[in-house]
Design a protein around this ligand. Structure first.
Ligand SMILES: Cc1cc2nc3c(=O)[nH]c(=O)nc-3n(C[C@H](O)[C@H](O)[C@H](O)COP(=O)(O)OP(=O)(O)OC[C@H]3O[C@@H](n4cnc5c(N)ncnc54)[C@H](O)[C@@H]3O)c2cc1C
Length: 530
């Protein structure tokens, strides 16, 4: 099999850092290390952000929920990172207005006090003041919520983003700073000299090529897969991670009919639930289900979808039905596994990250949030420098622009590409047929597909429909409808034959069926943790 992007990386380089995992954590670490001038290699077994990093609630946030749990330090750090991320990737991170509907006056007082503290903790990184709105004002802002018994709402601000697109742009920035990145490259073994980890052995998932890479320190940033890597070092190593599944459903945005997001502060299981306008649709979630197993394509359990739909129904005017679900997707939180006394419920396990050295040459970073990826990366590279005796250099990512970021931001749909928008438009000027829509009702064009293949390291139809366009996550049936056209464009670009094209369509259709609720309905609960 051929690749669209032939990696050209010398096996005999002595890398300063080798990073395993191309999600938020690994990519952030690659960017941090490369921007300090360290010789950096990152390998990802699939596409960038294929794991948890494309399956978040899309919030760049301090975590209102953690404030309620009294975790002030975590909230303060995250609010600062929220501000830095908006500054450095302003084409992808937007300020969003959230409304908490209140059905009694005690809630009005409680949430206004809590959110005023949230604003205050943000300090100079504040996104705007929280405020009470009357019932009439609330319904004018969000006509889709239940009016009966409503006393008003509290408005607060947080950030919203496109997670997978940010991952791609961070990968591009890391490359621009000198890092080498390999997608579809799986680590199959750690190289060791006695007890010291000295590198990795990999297999290319597309071509099957096996390679070895030597480095001064290996960083395990594989999310819910960290224990698999730790076992390559020591088969008896203790579990660091406990996966917790979070599910989202996507509905038509007419359910809330609002530009603001809804925050339900206390669900029947004591969690929060969000309904966030995203890519002209409404993203509703999430759940927190402890699992014993992990894989790259986790599937929603029926009870999780029922929980989300039932909670939404008690706040929405119009009850959403199963047939209204346009897409359903799941992600696995790499929560740090409980140590003695931390309890067994995932709600109690720390959302903060953990950084450990298991043996000379192997550092593992896990947990945390997308919002805090930069700070986690900074700590990881600081530790790598001292641990491996690398030349000490200060972190420079606080004010480092992410690829695409630009001062002026518009509201055209192509503005999500930031400074790359003009280059995509130039393709259409050269060849106007590239500007024709791939499918009615969505703005996507052939020019963008070519852009992804040539500039954003996409290799497959799935990479394009899931994580470059986000259509699989927005409307899974439409994604299936688009697959043949995208496969044909990619096949031409790769000079691949009809077999390749057919195979891409079939593989994608099978995957997309898992995002169509009727098709996922039969899932059993065998993976649930006991
Ligand atoms: C439901 C849900 C909602 C969330 N919402 C938010 C939110 O709104 N805001 C927020 O800030 N955070 C949110 N988070 C948290 C955030 O998404 C995660 O903390 C973050 O994405 C974790 O990134 P990661 O890089 O550690 O893991 P991942 O993204 O899973 O990346 C790990 C990567 O390692 C790769 N890998 C594994 N094994 C190997 C191997 N052997 N060789 C090579 N590569 C390998 C995997 O393919 C994967 O791509 C949410 C999480 C979940 C589950």
């Amino acid at each position: 099999m051929k690749r669209l992007h032939q990696p050209d990386i010398a096996e005999n380089t002595n890398w300063d850092l080798i990073i395993i995992g191309g999600g938020a954590t690994g990519l952030g670490t690659a960017l941090d290390a490369a921007s300090r001038g360290l010789k950096t290699l990152l390998v990802e077994q699939s596409d960038y952000a294929k794991g948890t990093s494309s399956r978040s609630t899309k919030l760049v946030h301090g975590g209102v929920r953690y404030l309620a749990q009294g975790d002030i330090g975590l909230v303060r750090h995250a609010l600062k990172e929220r501000g830095l991320l908006q500054q450095n990737a302003n084409h992808l991170v937007n300020k969003e207005e959230f409304l908490i509907p209140c059905y009694d006056w005690f809630s009005v007082a409680k949430y206004l006090t809590g959110l005023t503290l949230y604003d205050w903790l943000a300090g100079k990184y504040s996104f705007g003041k929280s405020k009470y709105f009357s019932k009439k004002e609330t319904l004018a802002m969000m006509p889709g919520i239940k009016a009966e018994g409503l006393k008003g709402s509290i408005r607060y601000y947080d950030g919203k983003f496109d997670d997978a697109r940010l991952a791609i742009n961070i990968a591009q920035t890391a490359i621009e700073k000198g890092a080498s990145l390999l997608n579809y490259t799986k680590v199959t073994a750690l190289l060791k000299n006695g007890e010291t980890v000295t590198g990795i052995e990999t297999e290319d998932a597309i071509t099957g090529t096996v390679a070895k890479y030597i480095g001064k320190v290996v960083i395990n940033a594989t999310g819910v897969f960290v224990d698999d890597i730790l076992k390559m070092n020591n088969p008896n190593s203790k579990k660091m991670v406990r996966p917790s599944q979070g599910v989202h459903v996507v509905l038509d945005k007419s359910f809330l009919n609002s530009e603001s997001a809804l925050m339900i502060p206390k669900t029947s299981d004591g969690r929060v639930l969000f309904a966030v306008p995203w890519h002209e649709h409404l993203l509703v979630g999430t759940t927190d289900t402890p699992l014993d197993e992990h894989n790259l394509e986790p599937r929603a359990l029926k009870e999780e979808v029922d929980f989300i739909m039932g909670t939404a129904a008690s706040y929405f005017n119009r009850k959403p039905l199963e047939k209204d679900i346009l897409s359903v997707f799941s992600g696995l939180r790499p929560l740090a596994a409980p140590t003695n006394g931390e309890g067994n419920s995932t709600k109690e396990i720390s959302r903060d990250h953990k950084l450990i050295v298991s043996t000379k040459g192997l550092i593992t970073i896990t947990g945390g949030k997308w919002t805090t990826y930069r700070r986690m990366a900074e700590e990881t590279v600081n530790l790598a420098i001292t641990h491996a005796g690398l030349e000490p250099k200060a972190c420079v990512t606080k004010n480092l622009s992410i690829h695409g970021s630009q001062a002026i931001k518009g509201d055209h749909y192509l503005d999500i590409y930031g400074s790359d928008r003009s280059k995509i438009e130039a393709l259409i000027v050269q060849n106007p047929s590239l500007g024709v829509k791939l499918i009615p009702n969505f703005p996507y064009t052939e020019a963008e597909v070519l852009w992804f293949a040539r500039n954003e390291m996409a290799e497959t139809v799935e990479d394009i429909l899931s994580r470059r366009f986000r259509i699989l996550f927005i409307d899974a049936q439409t994604a299936k409808d688009m697959a043949p056209k995208v496969a044909s464009i990619l096949a031409k670009e790769l000079s691949a034959d009809e077999n390749w094209e057919q195979n891409q369509i079939e593989t994608f259709n099978k995957l997309a069926d898992g995002y169509i609720y009727q098709a996922t309905n039969k899932i059993t609960d065998t993976a649930l943790a006991h």
